[in-house]
Design a protein around this ligand. Sequence first.
Ligand code: PLP
Length: 475
Amino acid sequence: MKLIFEKSKRGRTGVSLPEMDVPVKSAIIPDNLLRGDTDLPEVGEIDIVRHYTELSKSNYGVDNGFYPLGSCTMKYNPKICEDASGFEGFLSAHPLSPLNQGCLRLMRDFENMLSEICGMARFTLQPSAGAHGELTGLMMAKAYFKDKNEDRSKIIILDSSHGTNPATTSMCGFIIEQVKSNEDGRVDIEALRAAMDKNVAALMITNPNTLGIFESNIKEICDIVHEQGGLVYMDGANMNACVGIVRPGDLGIDFLHLNLHKTFATPHGSGGPGAGPVGVSKDLVPFLPNPYVELEQNKYILKYSEKSVGKVRAFYGSFGVIARAYTYILAIGADGLKNVAENAVLNANYLKEKLKKHYKLPYDNICQHEFVLSDDGLPNDVTTLDIAKRLIDLGFYAPTIYFPLIVKGAMMIEPTETEPKEMLDAFIEAMIQIKNEAENEPDKLKNAPQNTPVSRLDAVHAARKPVLKHSACLC
Ligand SMILES: *Cc1c(COP(=O)(O)O)cnc(C)c1O
């Protein structure tokens, strides 16, 4: 499609402004600081309406259709949450009026809800995403051991972990010690025991893990780490399988992040704004980011801890996102949260059982909210990439592909609880059709997608040598 700059015609305008009733040239601003021709696109109202309508139709989101992007929990975002976060009182609240009692109360109440759901002492709402939460968590671990005069330089990470785990570990100046998974896709307990010593600050573990399998030895895992004085950090991105059912704090987890844009139904915003609140057990509370909200003498106030790792985000976090997640929890209640986890797990197991007859399922367990298929053994050199591209032609978003790394040609499928059975059945049918095409008409897969503005992009080149400016863009 054309850029708005390419549609521009000199002199065309989409607005009608009243006549200027002040001097055109300001007496205060010197000539050399006045802006000249801005080269903004000049289009009529109909052009601009068509332009943005076309753009919106080129996009694909949960509001368009099924989005089984494993690990990302692309669930439906209820519109009541949008309405509540758009209340005038929230929109016009200024972050520099910190004694705004309504906003502070919302943050404190929300923190209490998350603490109750996870069995934690307190939460910080500041981090902007899961990865940012991990970084905040590791900064707190560092401050905690420094305070105890212990020099611990290593973090244990599992071979099934999300890429953000090693990234935040090294960003925080720790050394990574990798532990492998066993043949059922869970932590290899003996390998963990061998890796664990007094030099390890923390184990980072995702539970359910990225294969969608619950780490049923989690208590023993926590004991192994705690016996050596280490901490257990849970990457809580997969909490959609657990909310209302099991509390990480009760299992021995010391700190964790949640992804509000996953589990708590707020929109994923193409890199932001999201929110990755971090919960901590009692011992880590003094190290939480500053400031935190406290209720004293019937008044909500901001407080500062001396041992805090400091601020990790301007003001108080993504307030609009927090207001959406708060609305979500209030709207569905405790029973609703339990239903979320139960139905997320039910939907994933339904898909898994139907699809394992047609595709290889390397870890054949009862899964949690997601499961991972492999392209191993498909005919005619058909790969996971071909399947993902063909799904687009059939009207679906593709699953997460080639992650986790321990599965060959991984397809990580997460339906979420918000999809009705008819949609799951339609997806199963599409996957079976693709399997048949792989056998009989492989060109349909190799040449997919056919109905998108662009087909197969060179993803590596795009990441290494991005072209960030269109030649028609004059800015
Ligand atoms: C999504 C995800 C993350 C990172 O979260 P962001 O909010 O995208 O930064 C970390 N770990 C796992 C397992 C995830 O699925």
